[in-house]
Design a protein around this ligand. Sequence first.
Ligand SMILES: [Fe+2]
Length: 513
Amino acid sequence: MTSYSRRHVLRSVAAVAGGVAAAGYGGLPLAGGTGEMALAAASGGRRGTYPFLEGAFAPVRKEVTAFDLPVTGRVPQELNGRYLRIGPNVLGLEDPRAHSWMRGEGMVHGVRLRDGRAEWYRNRWVRSAAVAEKLGESYPGPVPDGDYACNTHVIAHNGRILTLLESGPLPYEIDGDLNTVGPYDFGGTLDGAFTAHTKLDAEAGELHAVTYSPIWDHVRHLVVDQTGRVTRTTRIPLAGAPMMHDFALTKRYVVLFDVPVTFDPEAAAAGHPVPYIWNDQHPARVGVLPRAGGAARWFEVPRIVYSHTLNAYDDGASVVVDLTTFPAPFYPAGRGTGGPGSAGTPSLDRWTIDLARGRVRTSRLDDRPQEYPRVNEALVSRRHRYGYSAAAAEMFQAYQTVDGVPPDRTFTNALIKHDLIRGTSEVHRFPRHAAASEAVFVPATDPGHRPAASDRPAAEDDGYAIAYVHNPDRNASDLVILAAQDFTGRPVARVHLPARVPLGFHGSWVPDA
Ligand SMILES: [Fe+2]
């Protein structure tokens, strides 16, 4: 920290956001009612100038509440809860040239399912102090340092629903109707930054997080207990202030990623909205931190950029991590078009960290473009068989267009189910421009069901993959519910929302207590 204040840095990096994920392509028709004319005028009438403000990315302008949603198919009776997903939705943008997709104010989109019905859809901005001011509302209470409308993930823990952002700001708690409750510091037990991606070890009852900040010379591993208090903080020395968007967890280890995308003080001082850049001088390493205590061990890995972990587990003396990676270099902040840029598309890889031999073996599980890997959450930190990811055509086209690479029009929108034991996959395709993104696995088991001794354990894929999918013909989105064991079959249900859900980041199924 030299010529700029801590507050300035926190502000400028507050929305590192979805990290290296998700985007859109400007060649699509602009969505009506989303400022089309203003954007077209600002770009001199040219299409595609602001890809992260157009098409499937265009922010929505209204908060909507709708009840008794129409459904094609049948909503499964056992799905009682809320599907919540968050993403950036810029508010009050006057000049599209100033837009940074990853810094858009967070908006949560939720659908309430109960007793076989789709009771409601709501979308709500997260009320940070700045959002409240822009909406003409009062902001109750003191404004926390580095305040920002979280836009990257929404999770439930200890009966609270938390919206998350990495690299500085506090989470914001929302209620079951998506109204903002206020900033949340884990009952005063959180010291400093939180993060966007957490891992819940359900067996241990521990929520794990790896937090980072541009003003730290280390990263922190936090353990949050079942009462929502941070019970352990471990500082891991780390030079160069790398972006650390996601991590992985096994029963024995925390897996850390030290990648050559680092904080750039000059960019921050110049007011760059996301001052993290590709850095040829920074190493590419993976670290293994024992959960039981002790120092992290670091291993060199190829110079690529990981984006998200699907899951990880211990296998004898090795740690196995499944993750999505982008070819290098990767520019999280993009190069002038308002969103990330890449010369290639992400793939699904497996890294096997051999702790006995001290080396990492990397292999490609699937070279088709895909992102947003998810697993049955009950298996986080344990060996998994199935994974779910999204082939998000609009996103990959936008990333490549940014770097001047002609987009591959053959990309499709699809959800993929991987069988990582058989090495096979099933693909559920959606129409061109249907803009699919992250799918969350929801177990079919009613959480209130007490298993009897005679019950057979549920299969890992006994449940549903659910996701918002944009329907360009209707200019609105559907909540698509796929039976995970009939993945390519007709959706079990399509809940027709009255509004469009812009391409965004991550979400969770929050079952009723
Ligand atoms: Fe992410």
